[in-house]
Each structure stands twice: as structure tokens, then as C-alpha cells.
Design a protein. Structure first.
Length: 236
């Protein structure tokens, strides 16, 4: 039996939270404190009181994208080992869930209960677990060709995350603190590299690649919330 100390499970889906709790027992991972949270806010509050040895995270949370939550807990050293359990496997997820950034990724769309148990056991023991190599490899979802990381510089990827929701040059200039002329140049280069003609096409491409997602409440920028938040503060 593996002793892991505190474990936190952050999933919006109650049934999956219950399944992970059952998998913990089946994996013989002993914990003296198992915390389950439905939101990123609740998870951060609990972890800042007492960090965890193992964090099991979903990505579709109601208040913050799971990729951004993982970045926060890593930056604050709130979780020792991180296992992601999600059905999402778009390009942005693959880019942010590589070995070194997280300790494991379970593709819940294809893994059965046995795979979940195996993943929890291995990550708790300090070994990596990834459902499929394609989740951390380079192919863009749904088609062949280069990824954003291969086509764009880090600066261009950041600009794409901040501006790729269909905003005007003027709005983009306020967000980034740049001139409208500079923003227009960025947008033209990004659209050319991504092979799109119109800004609505760019929005659709961003959604396809996972750079942004749309909920009834707001637009999310998975993995780029900090940059977009800083841009919004400049705009305000």
C-alpha cells in the first residue's frame, strides 16, 4: 500500500468524483485526508490551508479552466504530484499536459476503471502515466500538420490567446497596450500562419485547437488565463 498523505480530487462531475474515490481504494493508495471539490476556487482555498501530496484534476470546471488551476497550484507549490483525468484531448490540452508539467493524464473517453486505477497507483508511487502518446505528441486534432507550438513563437501564441476571440484592432490594442497598427500586423501574420482568411474563421480555429472555449457565462482561454487576465486589467 502506498502512503500519499493528503489527496484532493477536483472534478465538476459528481459521478466521476465518486469513481475516482473508488479507484483510490482499488489502487490501495492510503490517505489520511481525501478532499473533493467541484470548483477551482474551493480547491485553492483548501490547498492554501494544507497542500496535498496528490492532486487529481478535471479540466472542465465552472469557475476556471483546469489547465489554469494546475498552473496556479504548481506555481504556489500546493500539490506534489498532479494527475489529470479528462475527456478533453485538443491541441492545447496536449501542449499543457506533457511530462514535466503534470505527472499523468488519463483520457477518460477511452480508459476504463482498470486504467484509472493503474494511473492513480503509478502516479502515487512517483511514476508517470499517460493514456496515449498522441496526447503529448504533435499532431493537431482532426487533421495532420504542425501544431501551434511549431508554427508560432511563444509571444505569438500569447497574442493569439489574448486576441483570438474576434476582437477589433482597437480592442486588441487596449488589451495589450500596443498600437492598433501593431495589433493589426500581429493578426495578419497569425491568420496567414494558421491558414484562415477572416476573423470569424480565426475564432473557429482557436476553438478547434482548444485555444479558447465558450461557456454560457464567459469565454475561457485554457492555459492562458493569466495573460488574458492581465490584458483585461489593462483594458479596464
Amino acid at each position: 500500500m502506498c502512503e500519499i498523505g493528503r489527496v484532493i480530487v477536483v472534478k465538476n462531475d459528481r459521478l466521476l468524483r465518486d469513481e475516482i474515490a473508488r479507484a483510490m481504494a482499488a489502487a490501495e493508495v492510503a490517505t489520511n485526508d481525501l478532499v473533493t471539490c467541484q470548483t477551482a476556487g474551493a480547491a485553492l482555498e483548501a490547498l492554501r490551508v494544507r497542500p496535498a501530496g496528490l492532486g487529481i484534476f478535471g479540466l472542465s470546471l465552472p469557475d476556471l479552466d483546469g489547465l489554469d488551476l494546475i498552473q496556479r497550484v504548481r506555481a504556489e507549490n500546493l500539490v506534489w504530484r498532479v494527475l489529470v483525468v479528462s475527456t478533453r484531448h485538443d491541441e492545447q490540452v496536449r501542449q499543457w499536459t506533457k511530462p514535466g508539467r503534470v505527472d499523468g493524464f488519463v483520457n477518460a473517453a477511452v480508459e476504463d476503471f482498470t486504467g484509472l486505477v493503474r494511473a492513480i497507483r503509478q502516479v502515487a508511487e512517483g511514476r508517470a502515466y499517460f493514456s496515449h502518446e498522441t496526447l503529448v505528441a504533435g499532431a493537431a486534432p482532426g487533421r495532420g500538420g504542425p501544431t501551434l507550438a511549431q508554427m508560432l513563437t511563444q509571444r505569438q501564441q500569447m497574442v493569439l490567446a489574448v486576441l483570438g476571440d474576434g476582437c477589433s484592432d482597437g480592442q486588441g490594442a487596449k488589451r495589450l497596450g500596443l498600437s492598433a497598427h501593431t495589433v493589426h500586423g500581429y493578426m495578419q501574420r497569425l491568420m496567414h500562419k494558421l491558414g484562415v482568411v477572416t476573423r470569424p474563421d480565426l475564432v473557429l480555429e482557436n476553438i478547434r485547437r482548444g485555444v479558447m472555449s465558450v461557456t454560457p457565462e464567459r469565454v475561457l482561454h485554457p492555459g492562458s488565463e493569466a495573460q488574458c487576465g492581465a490584458a483585461a486589467r489593462r483594458q479596464g
